[in-house]
Design a protein around this ligand. Structure first.
Ligand code: MG
Length: 257
């Protein structure tokens, strides 16, 4: 099932896609919902981030080749940092290139969306019960500031630095999915989720030992090799097999005016 959140006639709705047509749902995506019969063509809506998380947990260096390309050792346990929910944007929304940085990179990633509250998920518990679905995520990074600061916070947290979407796919296995990033139509990242150092179930259990995960929270599972910089005017697209494509433009705005 492909779940979209969107704005139609000034109303924010969630709906299920069937053959280019959205069927709004009644109820909560996290619990029980009913699919209504009224149909809205997807071409008539403005797509929004598929859910609104209370937090975005990101995993750094979860693909060997990416750790190596930035000169980092492969981690022995997951490297975790947070991005604020204020950084979130949806499909076709604009990534704003900040004045503070001279190098802004794309990082195409698989996003895992939490279905129900979870703390200390045990080995014997079915991890899939806690996952609502999967989506595409761009962990936009001011690389110069990441190298300059000890903390990742500034480099990862600018408004618009968390493009997410276009939809949530519920019936999908996170293993063995091809992930591609295109910059102005040119292939720049090509990876497969089977090459993650720490798998989705491992990450879910690990993160839940640190913090309570709430419905809608995102775990961004790290980026494969091939990261690189974007310039104002560029179009960046993250494509994951079975999910679709998340497309955003980059723009510079003079904030001093
Ligand atoms: Mg990343």
């Amino acid at each position: 099932m492909k779940i979209y959140r969107f704005c139609y006639r000034k109303k924010i709705m969630t709906g299920v896609l069937k053959e280019d047509v959205l069927f709004p749902i009644k109820g909560s995506v996290f619990k029980d919902f009913k699919v209504e019969e009224s149909a809205i063509p997807i071409s008539q809506v403005k797509l929004l981030p598929p859910v609104l998380p209370s937090k975005i947990v990101c995993i750094g260096r979860n693909y060997r080749e990416h750790a190596e390309e930035l000169g980092n050792a492969v981690p022995e346990e997951p490297l975790i940092f947070l991005k604020p929910p204020s950084a979130l944007i949806g499909p076709a929304q604009t990534i704003i290139y900040p004045d503070m940085s001279q190098r802004v990179d794309y990082e195409g990633e698989l996003a895992v969306v939490i279905k129900k509250k979870v703390k200390n998920l045990k080995e014997e518990e079915a991890w899939t019960d806690y996952v609502l679905g999967y989506s595409c995520f761009n962990d936009v990074t001011a690389r110069d500031l990441q190298f300059k600061d000890i903390q990742f916070t500034r480099a990862k947290s600018f408004d618009t630095f968390a493009p997410f979407g276009p939809c949530l796919v519920t019936d999908l296995s996170p293993e063995g999915l091809h992930l591609k990033t295109f910059l102005n139509g040119k292939l720049v990242q090509s990876g497969n989720t089977r090459n993650m150092i720490f798998s989705v179930p491992f990450l879910l259990r690990y993160v839940s030992r640190i913090m309570t995960l709430e419905p809608g929270d995102i775990i961004a599972t790290g980026t494969p090799a091939g990261v690189g910089s974007m310039q104002p005017g560029d179009r960046v697209e993250i494509q994951i097999e079975g999910i679709g494509m998340l497309s955003n433009f980059v723009k510079k705005i003079d904030m001093r005016r």
